[in-house]
Design a protein around this ligand. Structure first.
Ligand SMILES: Cc1ncc(COP(=O)(O)O)c(C=O)c1O
Length: 375
């Protein structure tokens, strides 16, 4: 037993990848493993996702792509967020595919291809309405023409055209269909110049699970690979056939009895109503517990649910356990799949007015990950 531990069920990751494959049976599957596999540990998760049938891996940053390659994974891998100052030649040498947002990125990639002395494999990105990265529609034709010219000169191979959805977690939002429309327009512009790429991809987890019209040739799934729903309106993990992979546990550090009207934690934002016992749990916001979970975060001790009393501190929280027979050293389930009555990452997200993505991803490096299964 350790102070805090995140167990990651790799069999759940493989199961979720298989489930996502069946949700988009005619498309390839990319498992998005950026941000340390959404806090689950990038390399083991990447392996498990591949075992579950992921054709591609997706990362945001060059250093994440290098870490995947250094783990021995030489399969298809896309990297989409690099600063203009980055030397991408190492990625091209390692056959990491690169997103291209516009003319500057194209030049950056061409320079990398020259240094690496091999063509860079690229995915041209169109902004279909997210308003974040990607070429705007009014300069798209130019970007396609430049990329085709570069391809003819041998510096790049255009593998894909892609974009990202803004509101796929809202089943009724008209934005998704609007984005599909713009994406199809962008594909038509490319085709009119003779470019029909092998991979057209638009869907994230929400698109994969709820909007089949977004599937195209590949879907890119992040949160659902980890067994979590992309949004409450899409469904629950169980309803979607997903298994949450992470269980976060700790142990009770101290139990003590205090009188009524005793202030608890910084600012005394909790006060005991009667004589009661307080249990100290040695995890705090330095471990990734949102401070907005003060007086709100649920946890389970010995099969009973409690709520954090008072402010979440840097290293610890307090729980008012009443007269429950809890002792120092007892195991605390902070969140998990919910199969034994423990709170879930979704419960935590609801308690903190955030999304489950943030709950798992912000779990800090101070909490060891233990990877189970995945043989
Ligand atoms: C470009 C891109 N594609 C796909 C994903 C995966 O999204 P989700 O976790 O909602 O499946 C992300 C994650 O933010 C992303 O940035």
């Amino acid at each position: 037993m350790t102070r805090a531990q995140a167990d990651v069920n790799l069999d759940a990751i493989a199961h979720n990848a298989m489930r996502l494959r069946s949700a988009a049976p005619d498309s390839r599957l990319m498992a998005v493993v950026k941000a340390d596999g959404y806090g689950h540990g990038m390399v083991p998760v990447a392996r498990a996702a591949r075992a579950g049938g992921a054709d591609y891996l997706g990362v945001a940053l060059p250093e994440e792509a290098v870490e995947v390659r250094e783990s021995g994974d030489n399969g298809p891998l896309l990297c989409w967020l690099y600063p203009p100052s980055a030397d991408l030649s190492g990625l091209v040498e390692r056959r990491v595919e690169l997103s291209v947002n516009g003319p500057e990125a194209l030049h950056q990639v061409i320079a990398a291809a020259r240094t690496a002395d091999r063509p860079a494999r690229i995915h041209l990105k169109i902004d279909t309405g997210l308003g974040r990265s990607g070429s705007p529609m009014d300069t798209w034709a130019e970007l396609v023409a430049s990329a085709l010219g570069t391809q003819a000169a041998g510096a790049v191979e255009i593998v894909g055209i892609w974009s990202h959805l803004a509101s796929s977690d809202e089943p009724e939002s008209p934005v998704t269909d609007r984005q599909v429309g713009v994406f199809e327009e962008a594909l038509a512009v490319a085709e009119s110049q003779g470019l029909v790429p092998e991979l057209r991809h638009l869907a994230n987890s929400g698109g994969t699970l709820r909007h089949p019209q977004t599937h195209f040739d590949m879907v890119r799934c992040g949160i659902s690979v980890y067994g979590l729903t992309p949004g409450p309106a899409i469904g629950t993990s169980a309803g979607l056939g997903l298994i949450p992979a992470m269980t976060l546990t700790s142990e009770v550090a101290l139990v003590k009895r205090v009188p009524a009207a005793h202030g608890v934690s910084y600012g005394h934002r909790y006060r005991t109503r009667r004589s009661t016992q307080l249990a100290l749990i040695p995890v705090g916001y330095a471990d990734g517990l949102p401070r907005s979970g003060s007086n709100r975060l649920p946890m389970m001790i010995n099969g009973e649910r409690f709520t954090v009393a008072g402010t979440v501190a840097m290293d610890q929280v307090v729980v008012d356990i009443g007269d429950a027979p809890v002792r120092a050293g007892d195991k605390v389930h902070l969140f998990g799949p919910g199969s034994h009555g423990e709170p879930t990452a979704d419960d935590w997200a609801a308690a903190c007015a955030t999304i489950n993505y943030e709950i798992v991803t912000r779990l800090g490096p101070r909490t060891p990950r233990r990877h189970l299964g995945g043989a």
